[in-house]
Design a protein around this ligand. Structure first.
Ligand code: SF4
Length: 347
């Protein structure tokens, strides 16, 4: 996050709609200009994501093959041993990742799991990698314990607009998600939160999602924008195809609204052509997941990413400790401001 970024938290529907309504080239030019003002346009941050506990999730997210509510043929696995996780993290570091994300298909971590996940965070951190986890809902106590262990980021997506949310998930509420994000923020960790496009949502829902994210008192440091991967057996397996230009438009609008956040291309990248990915990088995407497996959905093979980076002259962003210290100072300042701000989650 850059200190001087002109970050707004009061985006109106009309303003966001006006961005989406811009001619495509005007929107991309505007987004790219904002991108250049805040980031090296030829750098992409690379994370590796590992599923540390797969399947049998009690939640009913309609897009997710890991939900126990749907038969997708996914083999469920128990919590991975700490040593195996550390081994995978070493491999990720060797291939250039700077952040290692560990995901578990849980409603929330149970007390019995906490010593293991805390140990994972400690050991992965010791390798010199940034750490990220996505474990479902967190109360304040668990968020604090993960932060104390050295967890840098916590991923918890809003998925879609508050209005469309109950068409996608019924087993936890939109407010539950906001509460978890608040606990993460209170504990001093950075937030990774975004959504999924192509779930049958309207253009207004995309506006609603981006407003929720951008109008948080402190914007998420990382904003994954996923394109639905239609998995057989899930209720969304026959969802209508997303117009790729709408996907690129959404990346561009996210970049303009959240100028200092890393906008991350996440699930769905497998089905994007190199040209489409290049266009999303121009529109402001500057973070990807890297490796052979993005949890349980296919991800482009590592070498395809390297090749594309080479063809586009893109470098992988290095992790710089001093910047982290600066970022933390900025975040602390913003948390203070947020505590003084009556309009909490005003969107
Ligand atoms: S998205 Fe996460 S919470 Fe939802 S069903 Fe899948 S694993 Fe569970």
């Amino acid at each position: 996050m850059h200190e001087n970024a002109n970050i707004r938290h009061d985006w109106t529907v009309k303003e966001v709609q006006a961005l989406f309504d811009l001619p495509f080239n005007d929107l991309l030019f505007k987004a790219h200009t904002v991108h250049r003002q805040n980031f090296d346009p030829n750098e992409v941050q690379v994370s590796t994501l590992l599923s540390i506990k797969t399947g049998a999730c009690p939640e009913d997210c309609k897009y997710c093959p890991q939900s126990a509510h749907y038969s997708t043929g996914l083999e469920k696995e128990r919590l991975m041993e700490v040593e195996r996780v550390v081994e995978k993290a070493k491999q990720a570091k060797a291939t250039g990742s700077t952040r290692f994300c560990m995901g578990a298909a849980w409603k929330h971590p149970h007390e019995r799991d906490m010593p293991y996940v805390v140990d994972m965070v400690r050991q992965v951190k010791e390798l010199g990698l940034e750490t990220c986890m996505t474990l479902g809902m967190l109360d304040q106590d668990k968020a604090d314990r993960l932060a104390d262990a050295g967890l840098d980021y916590y991923n918890h997506n809003l998925d879609t607009s508050p209005e469309y949310y109950d068409k996608i998930i019924t087993t936890r509420s939109f407010q539950d998600r906001l509460d978890t994000l608040q606990h993460v923020r209170n504990s001093g960790m950075k937030i990774c939160s975004g959504g999924i496009l192509g779930m049958g949502e309207t253009a207004n829902d995309r506006i609603g999602l981006l407003r929720q994210l951008a109008n948080m008192p402190v914007q998420p440091e990382s904003v994954p924008i996923n394109m639905l991967v239609k998995v057989k057996g899930t209720p969304l397996e026959n969802a209508e195809d997303l117009d790729h230009l709408d996907f690129i438009r959404t990346i561009a609008v996210a970049r303009i609204m959240m100028p200092a956040s890393h906008v991350r291309l996440s699930a769905g990248r497998e089905s994007m052509s190199d040209e489409m990915q290049a266009m999303t990088f121009f529109a402001g995407a500057n973070s990807i997941f890297y490796g052979e497996c993005l949890l349980t959905t296919p991800n482009p093979e590592t070498h395809r990413d390297l090749l594309l980076f080479k063809r586009l002259g893109i470098n992988m962003e290095q992790r710089i400790e001093e910047n982290d210290a600066t970022q933390e100072a900025v975040i602390r300042g913003q948390i203070q401001k947020q505590q003084d701000d009556a309009h909490f989650y005003e969107a």
